[in-house]
Write a protein that binds this ligand. Sequence first.
Ligand code: FES
Length: 108
Amino acid sequence: MTTQSADGFVTVARVGEIPPGGVKVVRVEDQSVAVFNVAGDYFALEDVCTHDGGPLAEGVLDGDVIECPRHGARFNVRTGAVKALPATAPVPTYSVRVQGDEIQVGWS
Ligand code: FES
């Protein structure tokens, strides 16, 4: 389902598929990417906690902060920045855009 556009974006979901406060995990090449909807805005980051590899999308989203389900590290989904230990390194993020009814992640 991931078709890359000429400018490097990949369609990962349809508008309406991810409700506000929700998340969808997609595979782009070999990477798991978590696409969050925060009050109508979409943010994408690696679905891998930098502490010990926990699946971030399985955690609890509180506003724009996701809490890792494994040991409770918290990250800002807008920036990937660490908000709480035990993680110390930010999570890589991806740009997101909406084209028509498609949610696309930058992948170049
Ligand atoms: S793996 Fe995420 S806090 Fe440990």
